[in-house]
Design a protein around this ligand. Structure first.
Ligand code: ZN
Ligand code: ZN
Ligand code: ZN
Length: 478
């Protein structure tokens, strides 16, 4: 795959952060700063038979490689396209008679590419893999042990007729996979399916309130502006979900990415007050004791919810959510993140169980809270609003549904762009809800009979199975 044009960005020295990228010209919300194909990428171990090893689409029927019987592809075209990356892997798997884990497969793909092309800069590439951070010095004892095991297994897998790399260099590759591996999602953005390395993206520093977002579209990542950017301004993305207290975001960033976030939102604790807010009615607030009790109850219940959800026990999830919300609603404000977490799971699971009435009520509350917390062009906000809109459509609340769908569409046009499969789906839904709304305003009877038909013909499937973990973190962590 050819590299794209990089004329909108340049590498510079960002004070206190090392290298960074900045804009070379003025940009607006929705502008693509650059698109970049992966340098190397692999499908997760758990999904090697359900996801194409070339385009990372999730498919019911895939064809497997006749040689190694391991790699799977949509069709001949994908197999041919993926051959250059798979060729050496294919013969190594055949020779070993076993398949190593995803980390080792990715390291091997990277090193075969370096063997073939060298590691010098080429056109469109702003950094060499040699110059990327590996944070090996920051690894704890356990992580270091794990890395050594990976290197050991890698050397077992690596064929003797391939170029020999030193242990130090191989460790560097594992280190950079560890801190720069980007999570690849399926074509609908619903499920994490693999991990890949995008060297130019690695140069974009973090900010909890960034001016860009990253989206995977058709095998390439796109760096998209979510607001106006001036020439010379540093480009940033958020490595973590914003909906955590600043101290928790900082803790996570330190643990996973080994730096102290000094962004404005963290240093000033912006929006922390909203995320912790309690209900206030006519100047009356619940006592600190009551609040503490509810928060403890929420934290405990959320653990139970996560456990039931991962076991696929969705009716139990709903039971816990209802119990928790009953305790939270009189005490916590609508922007309190403890309540928003429960509302998000409750609406997701109830939609999946087709209890749309209750789901739409929760999803509406969730979106109202999100609107006060997230950046107006945040991708999570767009996706949540879209799901809430579809849930309302199922309930027959067409006016609210159409409003939400339009709002979501406006956000996704910025964060995903017009060619992304999710935006295209949403466009079709928007046309449907627009037509239904017009119908509803003219003649309610006709509207209801048409809706019946629409529900039968094309159920709007935008919901992932709720057992899957939502993709909120940019980079993959084992
Ligand atoms: Zn494919
Ligand atoms: Zn093969
Ligand atoms: Zn921050």
């Amino acid at each position: 795959m050819a590299l794209e044009n990089m004329e909108n960005v340049e590498v510079f020295n960002s004070e206190g952060k090392g290298r960074g990228l900045r804009a070379t010209k003025e940009l607006w919300a929705g502008d693509v700063l650059f698109a970049e194909p992966s340098y190397s990428a692999v499908v997760f171990d758990s999904l090697t038979q359900g996801v194409c090893h070339n385009c990372f689409k999730k498919q019911l029927k895939l064809q497997r490689c006749g040689q190694c019987k391991f790699a799977h592809y949509c069709d001949r075209t994908c197999q041919k396209e993926g051959w250059a990356e798979h060729k050496s892997e294919c013969s190594a798997i055949k020779k070993n008679g076993s398949v190593p884990n995803e980390n080792i497969r990715l390291a091997a793909r990277i090193l075969w590419r370096i063997e073939k092309e060298g590691s010098a800069l080429s056109e469109g590439r702003l950094t060499s893999l040699d110059d990327l951070e590996n944070h090996l010095d920051d690894l704890g004892e356990d992580d270091m042990k794990e890395l050594k095991v990976d290197v050991h297994n890698f050397l077992d897998f690596w064929p003797s007729n391939s170029r020999m790399f030193g242990v130090q260099y191989i460790s560097h590759i594992f280190g950079l996979i560890n801190c720069n591996g980007f999570t690849l999602s399926d074509q609908r953005g619903l499920q994490a399916v693999g991990v890949g390395i995008f060297p130019n993206l690695c140069l974009v520093n973090h900010n909890c309130w960034p001016n860009c977002t990253v989206i995977l579209n058709n095998g390439k990542i796109e760096l998209r502006a979510i607001g106006k950017i001036s020439p010379g301004e540093e480009l940033t993305v958020s490595y973590v979900d914003f909906l955590c207290l600043s101290q928790d975001r900082r803790k996570q960033l330190k643990l996973q990415y080994h730096f102290d976030c000094t962004c404005e939102h963290c240093t000033k604790g912006i929006k922390d007050d909203l995320m912790e807010a309690v209900k206030e009615e006519e100047g009356n607030k619940p006592s600190a004791e009551v609040v503490k009790e509810v928060i403890t109850f929420s934290t405990d219940t959320l653990q139970k919810i996560e456990k039931s959800r991962s076991e696929g026990n969705y009716h139990e999830v709903v039971k816990y959510c209802r119990e928790c919300l009953k305790r939270q609603e009189p005490v916590l404000a609508e922007t309190n993140i403890h309540m928003l977490r429960v509302l998000s799971i409750a609406s997701e699971v109830l939609s999946y169980l087709q209890s749309f009435h209750e789901a739409s009520d929760y999803s509406n509350k969730m979106v109202q809270g999100y609107l006060k917390l997230y950046h107006p062009n945040n991708a999570q906000l767009g996706m949540a609003t879209m799901r809430a809109g579809v849930t309302h459509w199922h309930t027959g609340l067409i006016e609210v549904a159409h409003g939400m769908i339009c709002k979501a569409y406006a956000i996704l046009m910025v964060t995903h762009g017009p060619t992304h499969p999710i935006t295209k789906d949403l466009e079709a839904i928007r046309m449907q809800t627009e037509m239904e709304l017009r119908m509803f305003q003219q003649n309610e009877y006709v509207y209801y009979s048409m809706r019946e038909a629409a529900l039968k013909n094309q159920p709007m499937k935008m919901m992932a199975e709720p057992g899957q973990e939502a993709i909120k973190n940019l980079f993959h962590k084992k």
